[in-house]
Design a protein around this ligand. Structure first.
Ligand code: ADP
Ligand code: ADP
Length: 228
């Protein structure tokens, strides 16, 4: 699903963000990515979503070598990735339903198919009764769940989340992780970047740890307590 082979990333200003990073995430896996602020987590996720390109090394997504793909193939590969951020960036003037429908409208789904899929996505995140609400009427946890519904509405095989619980308290954070587990149990690969070690400690998942751009641990989360 995701394969990094000796990947390094240096930004144009000369900042080295990742150094010789190698790992492999299998289809259907759920894993966490951690490390202090500036360790390279966002950069690593941006290489997967093709928002940045590696300086050296190889990134493969679903068998596609990202060094080989043409510009016009980028949208096609991104369609297989549901992205979740710290803040869901909902459109304030649109209802919950319309926000979640957006990726389907862009892809030209019929109205009937769109309605069906949006209803199913809202059902999964427990917000079916909020379909007609505007974002300003939602709590922080609800808004984040709308962002998740939008990320999964076209049924991507991979979910990528960058600090998805950064604005939420521990209880709501746990609810978001439980949702990811539901998707994972339905066969979706899930990769979550977070610096919330408390959250990871309550889980028994593979955890990859970055420090200054280097992958320093990769294993079950018992290593997470050792600090960075
Ligand atoms: P994290 O997500 O773990 O906080 P980042 O991937 O955002 O880490 O950052 C890794 C390093 O790369 C940091 O030193 C950061 O300042 C730098 N960096 C990130 N994005 C850019 C950019 N667009 N241009 C230059 N340097 C960047
Ligand atoms: P987040 O909290 O989501 O990691 P940040 O506030 O760290 O976001 O970064 C916001 C944006 O600025 C990101 O797109 C990141 O790539 C970029 N960025 C981070 N560090 C630098 C830097 N040193 N120079 C330029 N851009 C940066």
């Amino acid at each position: 699903m995701i394969k990094f082979d000796q990947v390094s990333k240096t930004y144009p200003g000369g900042q080295l963000a990742l150094s010789k990073v190698s790992f492999h995430i299998e289809p259907g896996e759920m894993a966490f990515l951690t490390g202090h602020s500036g360790a390279g987590k966002s950069t690593l996720l941006k290489l997967i979503s093709i928002m940045e390109r590696p300086s050296v090394g190889k990134v493969l997504i679903n068998g596609h070598d990202l060094n080989q793909i043409k510009r016009r193939q980028i949208a096609f590969i991104r369609r297989d990735i549901g992205m979740i951020f710290q803040s869901p960036h909902l459109l304030d003037s649109k209802t919950v339903f319309d926000n979640v429908a957006l990726p389907l409208i862009i892809e030209g789904y019929t109205r009937k198919e769109t309605s069906k899929r949006v209803a199913a996505a809202l059902e999964m995140v427990g917000l079916r009764d909020k379909a007609r609400s505007l974002p300003m009427m939602l709590s922080g946890g609800e808004a984040q769940r709308v962002g998740i519904a939008r990320a999964v509405v076209n049924k991507p095989p991979l979910l990528l989340a960058d600090e998805p619980t950064g604005n939420l308290d521990p209880k709501l954070s746990m609810e978001i992780i439980r949702l990811f587990e539901d998707f994972n149990q339905a066969g979706v690969s899930v990769f979550v970047a977070t610096h919330d070690l408390g959250l990871i400690a309550r889980m028994k998942y593979r955890t990859l740890t970055l420090r200054n751009g280097q992958m320093i641990t990769d294993g079950l989360n018992d290593a997470a307590g050792e600090g960075w």
